[in-house]
Design a protein around this ligand. Structure first.
Ligand code: URA
Ligand code: SF4
Length: 207
């Protein structure tokens, strides 16, 4: 058990590993403190047969309210990138490294807060279980938090984005997070780089 008394997600995993069972169990996860203030668990979404598994950071404000990944502003950038790269969102499995929204309050506004290393570690059992069931051909790693969860603390997205990596039985490509496109001084340039990485991910897959 961690020093703060949290156990991580492992204790909450279901006996039977299927995506519906995982989703049901994750709705009651108390593996770290993030469940206290968030509205709900935002579990991954998509078919178990997906060839592409896309990993973001954590749900944002809108995802927290709606209970689905990538349905806010970052999701719209992701949608555009996937479509232009020729990856079907409907056929892909979309998830996050951390499954509850982490935020601080500024007046009434909920401001996104980066999940801590301990929260990423606590939540990793869900991601590992999703990966073990979907067995994707290609994992698209969006930004530093997803990279930390999957590729380790020393992996630098800025240096190693746009490389085809091996991750277990899957291939992986890391790229910037779509919200970094929104924050970039030159959005168009940032978007083109993001799209190039997604296109590489698609081209590195069979057929
Ligand atoms: N950003 C993420 O990383 N994931 C989401 O689901 C939404 C925004
Ligand atoms: Fe569980 Fe992850 Fe939510 Fe923490 S963030 S309570 S580990 S689902």
């Amino acid at each position: 058990m961690a020093k703060d008394g949290n156990t991580g997600a492992a204790l909450f995993l279901p006996d039977r590993l299927t995506l519906p069972e995982l989703r049901k169990a994750a709705a009651h996860c108390e593996g770290c403190d993030l469940h206290r203030n968030a509205t709900q668990t935002v579990f991954g979404e998509g078919p178990v047969s997906a060839r592409f598994l896309i990993v973001g950071e954590q749900p944002g404000d809108q995802e927290d309210r709606r209970g689905a990944p990538f349905v806010g502003p970052a999701g719209r950038i992701l949608d555009r990138g996937l479509e232009e790269a020729g990856i079907s969102r409907q056929k892909a499995y979309l998830t996050n490294a951390v499954k509850h929204f982490s935020f601080t309050l500024k007046g009434k506004r909920r401001i996104h807060q980066k999940p801590t290393a301990a929260e990423i570690d606590a939540c990793r059992p869900w991601l590992t279980a999703e990966l073990s069931l979907v067995k994707p051909e290609m994992i698209v790693v969006l930004g530093a938090t997803a990279a930390r969860a999957l590729l380790g603390a020393s992996f630098k997205v800025s240096q190693r984005r746009g490389e085809v990596l091996e991750l277990g039985e899957s291939l992986a490509v890391a790229t910037i997070h779509p919200s970094a496109v929104l924050r970039a001084p030159d959005r168009d340039e940032a978007y083109q780089g993001f799209l190039a990485d997604l296109t590489l991910a698609r081209r590195s897959c069979s057929s």
